[in-house]
Design a protein around this ligand. Structure first.
Ligand code: SF4
Length: 376
């Protein structure tokens, strides 16, 4: 049985230095790499084309070049991605896929083409209303357009069998991620906020097949281990992502375990199980149709609050910590609605506005400490 701490350390090594990990991935596999902007992109097509998708989730960079193209109220995630496109950090990538989900992303596609040269950029457009019948064939068409561009980069045609095989790899990956997320509450000390983050983040920078095998070994080891006694607070985190790591460390220092998440960086990308019937394109499209309570996707019945309340019950959480990415309008539109619902249900909520690069997290530490004290 693999050792839990050794496995976590291996995930940490990958997730703590994405640039180094991605360079090693390219060297070890010899495969072309395609950068995936956030969110819900058809990674399966990249994989089926014999290339590897890698996540583009910004980083702790000083913004020097990106301001030439981006307004000051652009979110820090996209600013960081743009900066790294312009300063050459992403030149290891053989192409980039981007989808226009929010107002920021809608403008970035064209900016990127001008600012970051020498790298193919594939823009995708998802339907605004994903629930109507026309949405599925529309998305199929978008996937096929991206596929054509990927085939040119890969220098090979993608067959239906390639796509089916890639779909199976991704369904297995998503199933192991869902399993891991549910197991965290069993070992709140070993799988503390920082460790949990590293385990899930590593998946963005590894071959998904290799990552899934490693995660399955970790899940098996957790299942076999005795449950840890924990007297601290348990919370659900909500938002796009939770970084920098110093912020996660603040949860650990204050004995607050993240038992569940409603983050775009994590569960929102894998919590929907694919349908079994239909072509691969249909199955990929239905993962978008079936996504729920995601502020990036039209949610006409505003089920975000209901989902958070369900999660609090399911994971036995004491409260919800909202990590709102500064200037992220889809998140900001949802917050007042679900805040009211959570409070009506008697669930304590901590709201923190975060940025990817923060000079100091001291004030966040104080707020997490104070919140933990109210939950005790
Ligand atoms: S959804 Fe929010 S965080 Fe993501 S790119 Fe758009 S504004 Fe930025």
């Amino acid at each position: 049985m693999a050792d839990i701490k050794t496995l976590i350390a291996e995930f940490e090594q990958v997730a703590a230095d994405p640039a180094k990990s991605v360079a090693a991935l390219k060297k070890e596999t010899g495969k072309k790499l395609i950068g995936m902007f956030p969110y819900h992109l058809p990674e399966e097509i990249v994989y089926a084309a014999g290339m590897l998708p890698v996540g583009m989730w910004g980083g702790q960079v000083e913004i020097k070049l990106a301001d030439k193209y981006l307004q000051s109220f652009c979110c820090s995630l996209i600013k960081a991605n743009f900066e790294m496109g312009m300063d050459g950090t992403y030149k290891i990538l053989d192409g980039v896929i981007m989808a226009a989900y929010c107002d920021t992303l809608k403008c970035i596609c064209e900016d990127w083409k001008v600012a970051v040269t020498g790298m193919p950029m594939m823009a995708m457009y998802y339907p605004q209303n994903r629930k109507i019948a026309a949405a599925v064939p529309y998305m199929e068409n978008e996937f096929k357009l991206v596929q054509e561009q990927l085939e040119k980069i890969a220098g090979k045609a993608v067959t239906e069998a390639d796509l089916e095989a890639a779909w199976e790899v991704y369904e297995a990956y998503r199933a192991e991620c869902r399993k891991f997320v549910k197991l965290v509450g069993k070992m709140p000390k070993t799988l503390n906020a920082t460790a949990r983050h590293y385990v899930l983040k590593a998946g963005w920078f590894m071959d998904k097949k290799v990552y899934t095998e490693k995660l399955a070994a970790l899940n098996a080891a957790i299942e076999a281990a005795p449950a840890e006694e924990f007297k601290g607070a348990k919370v659900i985190v909500e938002g796009i992502m939770v970084e920098p790591v110093a912020l996660l460390d603040a949860f650990v220092e204050n004995d607050v375990c993240i038992v569940g998440d409603d983050l775009s960086h994590q569960s929102r990308m894998f919590r929907v199980e694919g349908r079994k019937e239909g072509t691969v394109y249909e199955k990929m499209a239905y993962r978008i149709v079936d996504a729920y309570a995601d502020p990036l996707l039209l949610d006409e019945f505003k089920e975000h609050g209901k989902e958070l309340i369900n999660m609090v019950k399911e994971y036995g959480a004491d409260g919800v910590v909202v990590c709102a990415m500064k200037f992220c309008d889809p998140e900001e539109y949802d917050y007042p609605i679900f805040k009211e619902e959570l409070e009506a249900a008697g669930i304590p909520v901590l709201y923190m506005e975060i940025e990817q690069k923060m000079d100091s997290v001291e004030q966040y530490k104080t707020r997490i400490q104070a919140f933990a004290e109210t939950l005790a």
